[in-house]
Design a protein around this ligand. Structure first.
Ligand SMILES: Nc1ncnc2c1ncn2[C@@H]1O[C@H](COP(=O)(O)OP(=O)(O)OP(=O)(O)O)[C@@H](O)[C@H]1O
Length: 619
């Protein structure tokens, strides 16, 4: 017998499962049955696609039985099975990326949000909520040797040779006292009907039925095996035959979610291409939404035969939160997973599916405020990624993304913004770099406020990349207010005399600041504040430069801002007629540093700023 240690992550996950998911223990059965169904799907695919498996007898079924006295619950399938290597790789480690970060996040959270764990998909290990020992007896299709994996879910597991007649896997749960409630016909039937009714293979339950004579006396018992799921591929059924519960149950099964989906979209295409799609949008964004190697959420079937659930090409990356099924009638069954990506049929299905999803999102945005708000809170950002990934659907995406605004509460769409625009307004104005509060307080907005012009507040890091790539919205161009040229339309007309008069002051400030700034200019957009910083037309903004620096692109670090000065402000006026070098240097330093602070930029030398400020105050 070979003894193995669990990978650290497994031990951590087991600990969390046992301590956090307690209120929802019954999901273990959904997870084990879902694994059995996956194993049957995999073997079904091989028997049609791979000649080496043509001779394997495929009799798909999942069998559940229990023994109250022995305190066991057994789930057996006739699927692909596992060999010794599969066992160590699958039931001793967690291959999913981002697991460690996810576990750390969970461990910090005192509440241990069981929903979050649900989204992660606790899988097989959840059975340790009801069992203190698990045996897995399994034989891989096409191989002769069977194996037994045993563990108490604590430190590790053992693997030894075993006997099993044909391919498949038998999971034997040795139930704890609390787990015993599941060793009964009615609770098993109830759980299967709720969570696994639409598993596409038959699930049988074997139980003892007591017999009574006509006087009501027990005369013995009889062993019975009954099918307990309906086992239809739900997506192939007509919409009017399906109830809301059917959709929700199927979602929970394939989405590994304990909550119902936010909404779903079930469509069948007939004509040149025949296919069915059933898509779900989770209420909460999947935990790995922002992981590079997130898990794909859409499964591909061909004529109801499962092909793959691991093809990220089935959906564009910006729709990676979509869960569901694509089932095509036109692809060959033995289509290899490698050539799927170049397949024309699949490409057409994908393009049509994206269009349908985007149009469904639009409908929700128009008709269901509550759902739409949840949707925006979870998926606005991935949709923005679509703006630079998917040019074909850019117009549809532009109608879906939402932004904050300088004059409105909550989210606003580009259509709403342009609807509110003044008739002579040329551009869609926006400000980026920093959080909502900082941006809304920026002196750069003063002139726009004074003229009642709305500015979009773009507080999402990705906005700086998205907007330039978006080009135009309808006929309007976007204009960043923190750029040097953006004051043409908005600012006061240049007053030649005033400019001449202020020039020496600008020179003084520029000399004092040296290479901390690219230029010092008279501002046409400031009303109340003495100064602001902007980026030169083709430079990245200071905030963006900082972000690039944080990402390791150091050469961007030294972008210098342009300092704009409000010539009428008393602080500026105060140095007009002085030659006091120290006073000029202090004023210039404070004008720059406070403008940086207001844009949410960390100043390089806070002590110097305070020293200068104090010196000015005490004069
Ligand atoms: N009945 C089974 N037959 C064959 N392989 C199985 C079976 N049960 C589990 N496995 C293997 O063990 C792996 C781990 O299962 P587990 O339920 O922990 O996660 P998962 O199913 O991969 O992920 P998720 O639960 O999120 O879908 C599976 O991916 C599969 O390879």
């Amino acid at each position: 017998m070979a003894q193995h240690q669990f990978q650290t992550e497994v031990s951590q996950l087991l600990h969390l499962i046992i301590h956090s998911l307690y209120s929802n223990r019954e999901i273990f059965l959904r997870e084990i049955v879902s694994n059995a169904s996956d194993a049957l799907d995999k073997l079904k695919y091989l028997t049609v696609a791979d000649d080496a498996y043509k001779s394997v007898t495929f009799d798909p079924r999942i069998d559940i039985s229990f023994d109250k006295d022995a305190k066991t619950l057994t789930i057996a399938d006739t699927g692909i099975g596992m060999n010794e290597q599969d066992l160590t790789e699958s039931l001793g480690t967690i291959a999913r990326s981002g697991t460690r970060a996810f576990l750390e996040k969970l461990a910090e959270d005192a509440k241990k949000d069981s929903n979050l764990i649900g989204q992660f998909g606790v899988g097989f290990y959840s059975a340790f909520m009801v069992a203190d020992k698990i045996d897995v007896i399994t034989k891989k299709a096409g191989e002769d040797q069977a194996w037994k994996w045993t563990s108490d879910g604590k430190e590790g597991y053992d693997i030894e040779k075993a006997q099993r007649d044909s391919q498949g896997t038998t999971v034997i749960l040795h139930l704890t006292e609390e787990g015993l409630e599941f060793a009964n016909r009615w609770s098993i039937e109830d759980i299967i009907k709720r969570y696994s009714n639409h598993v596409a293979f038959p699930i049988y339950l074997t139980f003892e039925e007591k017999k009574w004579d006509d006087k009501g006396k027990e005369t013995g018992s009889e062993t019975k095996t009954e099918r307990i799921n309906s086992g239809t591929a739900i997506w192939r059924q007509a919409k009017n035959e399906l109830k809301e519960e059917d959709y929700v149950e199927f979602y929970k099964q394939i989405g590994h979610d304990s909550e119902p989906p936010l909404f779903y979209l079930h469509t069948r295409a007939e004509g040149t291409l025949e296919y069915t799609t059933l898509f779900y949008i989770p209420e909460k964004a999947p935990f790995d939404l922002y992981n590079v190697d997130y898990k794909a959420g859409v499964k591909l079937y061909v004529k109801r035969v499962f092909i793959t659930d691991d093809d990220k090409e089935l959906m564009p990356t910006y729709l990676r939160f979509v869960r569901g099924v694509i089932d095509s009638e036109d692809l060959p069954l033995n289509v290899s997973r490698e050539i799927l990506q170049q397949n024309k049929v699949l490409l057409n299905i994908k393009n049509a599916s994206v269009k349908k999803l985007l149009s469904e999102f639009k409908t929700i945005s128009e008709n269901n405020k509550e759902k739409w708000e949840t949707f925006v809170s979870q998926y606005n950002r991935p949709l923005k990624e679509g703006l630079y990934q998917d040019f074909t659907n850019r117009e549809a995406l532009q109608e879906l993304v939402r932004f904050k605004s300088s004059s409105e509460e909550g989210w606003t769409s580009l259509a709403d913004y342009t609807g509110r625009m003044k008739s002579d307004q040329k551009y869609i104005y926006y400000i980026t770099g920093g959080d909502e509060k900082t941006l809304k307080a920026s002196p750069l907005l003063e002139a726009y406020r004074a003229k009642n012009i709305e500015v979009l507040i773009m507080d999402d890091e990705i906005d700086d990349i998205v907007i330039p790539s978006m080009g135009k919205y309808k006929d309007w161009e976007f204009k960043a207010v923190n750029r040097s040229g953006a004051d043409e339309e908005i600012g006061e007309k240049k007053d030649k005399n005033a400019e001449k008069e202020i020039k020496p002051v600008l020179e003084k400030i520029k000399n004092a600041l040296g290479d901390r700034v690219k230029d010092v200019k008279l501002s046409r957009r400031l009303h109340d504040s003495p100064s602001c910083i902007v980026a030169d037309e083709n430079d990245p903004t200071i905030q963006m430069a900082q972000m690039l620096k944080a990402m390791g692109q150091g050469e961007m670090a030294d972008v210098k801002p342009i300092l704009e000065i409000n010539g009428d402000h008393p602080i500026v006026v105060s140095i007009k007629n002085t030659d006091d070098e120290e006073r000029i240097a202090d004023t210039a330093g404070v004008l720059l540093d406070q403008a940086l602070l207001l844009e949410g930029v960390k100043i390089k030398d806070p002590a110097d700023f305070v020293k200068r400020l104090n010196r000015l105050l005490s004069k």
